[in-house]
Design a protein around this ligand. Structure first.
Ligand SMILES: [Zn+2]
Length: 197
């Protein structure tokens, strides 16, 4: 039986189920919330509810969206003929804040990872294949990690039979690094010098 009163135990158990938080850290957060002014807990709860109610994934690119389709998909000033395929919404943010790309995005929502049981059907690949009509070039901008490279290789094979040029991000991105931690200059160079697959 838990030594904590039931509501506190429930909070700790919920927090401990979050990624990266073990039971010890969960208990620390719960204790902090217990001692903090009432509005701290209320604001946190409100922010969690709001994010679940208001943030959706765009049905076209699968990025975070507060409208359907998202602002990037509906922006008339972006090019439709170049599609940049990334792993996560964080990668879109990195490329957008670097200001190096003016085409459309497609977010896979992960990478192939057989060890974690993540296969092609778990990623947004079917949607990608349906978007190729007006596309002239697909840039495979997955991270240069083992999984990111394997995912890009898989997609390159899938796209090989289609009427599109397939490119990869070039030099500048160290092997094993995560795209979203690259600085703007590195991202810009990698995109400019992208290579035909
Ligand atoms: Zn979108």
């Amino acid at each position: 039986m838990s030594a904590y009163p039931a509501p506190l135990e429930r909070l700790i158990a919920r927090l401990a189920s979050l990624p990266g938080l073990g039971r010890k850290s969960a208990a620390r957060v719960a204790m902090y919330l217990l001692r903090a002014p009432d509005e701290v807990g209320r604001d946190l709860a409100r922010a969690m509810v709001e994010v679940k109610e208001k943030i959706r994934f765009c049905s076209v690119c699968h990025n975070f969206a507060d409208q359907e389709p998202c602002r990037l998909c509906s922006d008339p000033d972006r090019r439709d003929d170049v599609l940049c395929v990334v792993e996560t919404p964080g990668d879109v943010l990195a490329l957008e804040s670097a200001g190096v790309f003016d085409g459309r995005y497609h977010v896979l929502q992960g990478v192939l990872s057989p060890l974690d049981g993540i296969g092609p059907e778990d990623l947004q690949i079917a949607g990608l294949m349906r978007r190729l009509d007006s596309v002239r070039e697909v840039i495979l901008a997955t991270s240069p990690t083992a999984e990111g490279r394997a995912t890009a290789g898989y997609l390159a094979d899938l796209l090989a039979g289609k009427d599109v040029a397939v490119t990869r991000l070039a030099i500048g991105l160290p092997l094993g690094s995560d795209l979203k931690f690259a600085d703007a200059g590195t991202l810009g160079a990698a995109l400019t010098d992208r290579r035909r697959v």
